[in-house]
Write a protein that binds this ligand. Structure first.
Ligand code: ATP
Length: 505
């Protein structure tokens, strides 16, 4: 197997070659960090969204969904803190003219030291039998030295970020000797703040028109509708409001394919609880969300929690669910205990009460909130990169197969008549009509059957149904399973229940 960087490149080109993801505006040379989903990509994306919606809304009687507008009153973003504080520290290299996030430069530097530790550990693992990693990390002088460096940099960096000390960040970058990867020089500009919100004008006349923003998160649409939903839905605390929708961020460094985009989609849920009960619910949602991820059958070791040590001023607990992407463990989902910050701020800025009268305690209060927030596109990348597999077969050839969870696969069943004659195409058409009400399916008649199997493997179709001469005699077909390549015959009448049963697993 190729190294991780090569593997990631192969995943990106596979996504394009098989109609999953195209660079946006490609015939005009693309638009940075913006992507379009193709014919299979849109199916996988929709299936991910449905899978989330079902788990969050359909399976929780006390959670309902909404679909709020992307454009919102500009004061919302003042109240939420985004106008003043949704910034990243920006730095340019004067020689290459390339722009970087100062915090990311420092984090990458820390990662490089971490890589050195991992290399030492790997070497030692090969050298010593009964290797005890924990012991090695606390006794080997070189590893301890690296760890000390990481701890020192991390502590200084966290302090500078908390104090918003931009000059200090620049000084740290210089002190660590961080070079621009393009020019190789340390010729840096000062660090300055860069607001990530896209803005535009509302109204036909630019002068006097109000500046409005493309929402950088879907959550605020939920907060400002909190009372509408609570009252009209007669919701009782604890209850949640879920939403799936587009969000926009003018990311300074947008790389790693669909991991960091300027236009992306979020699946967010805000859960409103009684003050004082938020940490209990925070734990509840941590467990629920990791169970959701693991229900897809992806290896559990690909997920880990990363609890935030440094909390945003409005949060009293926060964790990320990180996923092992081809470029390492990175945030896939955030779970935050946001206290009553957002609703209180909206009360303050709108002058409207956003309170809940609790019939059980006879009190009126601003509820506390637990948020779960996951990017659809990041989830797509997690599922897609985990599914991509190059498998060496016994005959020496390599099979490229997308082992997507069957529930999420864009096409569930491919109908393949062995030849394009002897009544088989007509039989295939008949079968398609039987299958279409139940599954997304596809009929493929072109090329030899082996090539067609490979094409479906590369798309990730879990089941191929083959029509051959025996079908014409006894109405049986062959089911071929993507992962095992096993084949077995079933009667056409039993096909739909058999496939439904397999997909329900
Ligand atoms: P990061 O630290 O990676 O920038 P974040 O902490 O800013 O992410 P949140 O504001 O917590 O992210 O957003 C919630 C989720 O939305 C993230 O866990 C991620 O899945 C998704 N997300 C955020 N920014 C982007 C982006 N630019 N492109 C794609 N998905 C994103």
């Amino acid at each position: 197997m190729a190294n991780n960087e090569d593997l990631f490149k192969q995943i990106i080109s596979h996504a394009k070659e098989y109609g999953y993801i195209f660079p946006s505006s490609e015939i005009y040379d693309g638009l940075s960090a913006v992507y379009d989903y193709g014919q299979y990509g849109v199916e996988l994306k929709n299936n991910i969204k449905q899978y989330w919606w079902k788990a969050m809304v359909q399976f929780h009687e006390n959670i309902v969904g909404i679909d709020s507008a992307i454009f919102m009153h500009p004061t919302i973003w003042k109240a939420s803190g985004h106008v003043d504080a949704f910034n990243d520290p920006l730095i340019d290299n004067k020689d290459s003219k390339k722009r970087y996030r100062a915090d990311v430069l420092i984090e990458d530097h820390i990662q490089k030291i971490e890589d050195k530790i991992n290399k030492e550990v790997e070497k030692a693992k090969k050298r010593f039998e009964n290797f005890d990693e924990a012991m090695y990390r606390t006794t080997n002088a070189r590893v301890m030295g690296y760890q000390q460096q990481i701890d020192d940099i991390t502590a200084r960096y966290a302090d500078l970020m908390t104090r918003n000390d931009l000059a200090g960040l620049k000084a740290l970058i210089e002190e660590l000797g961080i070079c621009c990867p393009i020019s190789g020089t340390k010729n840096w500009t000062d660090v300055r703040q860069f607001n990530l919100m896209f803005s535009t004008q509302m109204g036909s006349v630019a002068e006097g028109a109000d500046t409005i923003y493309l929402r950088p998160e879907t959550a605020q649409g939920i907060f400002v509708n909190f009372l509408n939903v609570q009252k009209t839905g007669r919701m009782k605390i604890p209850f949640g409001i879920a939403q799936i929708g587009k969000a926009f961020r003018n990311e300074i460094v947008a790389r790693q394919f669909i991991f960091r985009m300027r236009e992306f989609e979020q699946m967010e849920m805000q859960f409103f609880v009684r003050p004082g009960e938020e940490l209990k619910w925070f734990d509840y949602w941590k467990k629920e969300r990791i169970a959701w991820h693991q229900s897809l059958g992806i290896a559990p070791e690909n997920y880990r929690f990363h609890d935030h040590e440094k909390l945003a001023h409005y949060a009293n607990a926060a964790t990320d669910i990180e996923f092992k992407f081809p470029f390492g463990f990175k945030e896939l989902e955030g779970i935050h205990s946001r206290t009553n910050y957002d609703l209180s701020r909206h009360e303050e800025f709108s002058g409207k009460k956003l309170r809940y009268f609790d019939p059980e305690t006879n009190e009126s209060y601003v509820p506390y909130v637990i948020e779960t927030s996951i990017g659809v596109d990041r989830m797509f990348l997690a599922v897609f990169s985990d599914a991509y597999c190059e498998e060496k077969l016994e005959d020496g050839t390599v099979r490229v197969v997308l082992r997507l969870p069957a529930k999420l696969a864009p096409i569930k069943v491919a109908v393949l008549p062995l030849v394009k004659k002897d009544g088989m195409p007509e039989k295939a058409e008949e079968l398609m009509q039987q299958l279409q009400p139940h599954f997304m399916c596809q009929c493929d008649m072109k090329d030899a059957i082996g090539r067609r199997y490979r094409r479906q493997d590369a798309i990730g179709t879990p089941f191929c149904v083959t029509i051959d001469s025996q079908t014409m005699e006894d109405d049986t077909v062959t089911i071929r399973e993507r992962d095992t390549m096993q084949q077995y015959r079933v009667n056409i009448n039993e096909l739909v229940p058999a496939l439904l049963q397999k997909l329900a697993k």
